[in-house]
Design a protein around this ligand. Structure first.
Ligand code: AFP
Length: 335
């Protein structure tokens, strides 16, 4: 078997990002270094007194875990030293941080997604998204550089800290996955050009909110359950509660994920910029689809850094069916 490292793979494909000059390789190198360090911290977290909460609440209203803080600080420090990165925005921070005015790119990150799972050893992840800045090089970046919309991403990906540490990314030329070889300390190509199966083997959602969803969505899911009961090969429920882990399983095995809004809170829980855009691009590149129930996520216009959205991820045919079901109720549910 030929071993191809992430560094080699990216450097061979520099031209995938139009006009790239080695900057993208350096950004991915920082991302992968951050991922290796977080992977190391997570493995010995219970032994290093870095589990548990810090005692503060972040901009999302969520309690900050020690490892959230550590991961956020780590990425900020790595990116601050990278001359190609003009600014950094994180799900953990109130607002974006301008970094190097000479940088051409801005980066958005969810440093440790699913962090309520850390204390119990359940997989968590990092999600990232990179844009070419809009404002002139040589000036401090502005919020507009981060609010360009999902179709302006130049790279997006995630790291899954699971039984292995995996890094999957896209630059719009397919989705490629790498596995961390701990002895060598390198990410090695393990999943070239991933395509999502059409068949839905798993469905993933938190049905605790079933009765708060719009009735059209309740009816759709009840019908799915009925079909499953009659099927010789029913779909199985798998829900980790870490988006990266749920996404990754469904991408490789074939599945459907949703985190819809409720009638009272139609905007849902997940973040458009840090979670939905990167996952939407990845799944589209793998042959699937991502919507907010009705509209393609990548076409949803961003208005603020911490905007939330309903999120549906899965094979195109299924998401089209859901969109047809929800469309007549859009004015009621604002899903
Ligand atoms: P935490 O980072 O607070 O654990 O939230 C994880 C997450 O943003 C996403 O990764 C999950 O898909 C989703 O929330 C799970 O939310 P529920 O716990 O409400 O099901």
């Amino acid at each position: 078997m030929q071993l191809v490292t992430l560094e080699q793979f990216v450097s061979d494909r520099q031209q995938e990002i139009e006009g790239a000059t080695g900057a993208f390789s350096k950004i991915l190198r920082d991302l992968s270094l951050g991922a290796k360090l977080i992977s190391f911290y997570l493995r010995r977290a219970a032994l290093s007194n870095i589990l548990g909460e810090i005692g503060i609440t972040n901009i999302q209203g969520e309690s900050v875990q020690k490892l959230d803080h550590l991961s956020n600080t780590l990425f900020r420090q790595l990116f601050a030293k990278n001359p190609h990165i003009a600014g950094f925005a994180s799900e953990e921070d109130d607002t974006f941080t301008p970094l190097n005015p000479e940088g051409k790119y801005v980066i958005l990150i969810d440093p440790l997604d699913g962090s309520s799972n850390i204390d119990v050893g359940v997989p968590v992840g990092t999600i990232f998204s990179i844009y070419r800045r809009q404002t002139p090089v040589g000036t401090p970046c502005t919020e507009a550089d981060f609010l360009q919309g999902g179709r302006a991403q130049v790279a997006a990906g995630y790291v899954l800290y699971g039984t292995s540490t995996l890094l999957f990314y896209t630059t719009g030329k397919g989705v490629h996955g790498f596995t961390l070889e701990p002895a060598a300390g390198d990410f090695i190509l393990s999943h070239p050009d991933v395509k999502m199966p059409e068949k839905v083997s798993y469905y993933s959602f938190n049905d605790n909110q079933f009765h708060e969803w719009h009735s059209a969505l309740q009816d759709f899911i009840s019908a799915l359950h009925r079909e499953n009961r009659q099927s010789a090969k029913p779909q199985s429920l798998r829900y980790v509660g870490s988006l990266v882990a749920d996404f990754h399983r469904n991408l490789l095995k074939g599945g459907f994920f949703m985190y819809p809004g409720t009638v009272a809170k139609p905007e849902g829980k997940l973040r458009l910029l840090y979670e939905a855009y990167p996952m939407a691009w990845l799944i589209e590149e793998a042959g699937g689809a991502a919507t907010n129930g009705i509209q393609a996520i990548l076409d949803v216009r961003p208005t603020k850094l911490h905007q939330r959205t309903a999120l549906f991820l899965g094979p195109k045919a299924l998401l089209e069916k859901i969109a047809q079901t929800l469309q007549p109720h859009v004015s009621v549910a604002k899903i």
